[in-house]
Write a protein that binds this ligand. Structure first.
Ligand code: SF4
Length: 173
């Protein structure tokens, strides 16, 4: 496979790994249920709508390889939701571009993004189906993946300076 498929000017750091080396953790999914972000059960793109962690792990591990990338940027403050959402959306755009290239090359994959979904003003969850299923990517945390450990294992920077936010995405392929 041509690894240049995974090139993108918006990527800060990237790494390839075997799918089985990705650190899944029950604790991470429990943190999700703790609803610190306030999004648990609020969209089709967050647990529990994303599915049972064991099923998601099984799906991810049906692939041999994982591509991990980060996108980073500065915010004026960590409580500036507008700037955080802008950075998150930039990251999702990169992930979408990579997924398009994988589709064009007929490469099966499972793509995991960052954070909740805020495409619609009011999510249809749980009464109607998602309006844009092709645009949403379940967050890495919904799969119970420990991003701090992932960063350590793959030597990717988790912290990149004051007022800087770094988002992680994974494509299993
Ligand atoms: S695209 Fe809309 S309906 Fe689908 S998860 Fe996002 S907010 Fe909900």
């Amino acid at each position: 496979m041509d690894s240049s498929i995974f090139n993108h000017p918006g990527i800060f750091q990237k790494a390839f790994a075997s799918a089985e080396s990705i650190p899944f953790s029950d604790e991470v999914r429990k943190l999700c249920q703790g609803n610190m972000c306030g999004r648990y059960g609020m969209t089709w793109n967050c647990p529990p709508a994303t599915g049972e962690p064991e099923e998601l792990k099984k799906k991810a591990l049906s692939f041999k390889n994982a591509f991990v990338f980060t996108h980073t940027g500065e915010v004026s403050g960590y409580n500036n939701l507008m700037e955080l959402n802008r950075l998150r959306d930039e990251t999702t755009d990169i992930l979408s571009d990579l997924c398009e290239k994988l589709k064009e090359n007929n490469i099966p994959f499972d793509a995991l993004g960052c954070g909740s979904c805020n495409i619609c003003k009011k999510c249809t969850y749980p009464h109607e189906p998602c309006r844009f299923p092709e645009k949403v990517f379940p967050p890495v945390e919904a799969y119970g993946i420990n991003v701090v450990k992932l960063a350590e294992d793959l030597k990717l920077s988790y912290k990149n300076g004051k007022n800087t936010v770094t988002f992680f995405c994974i494509i299993f392929f």
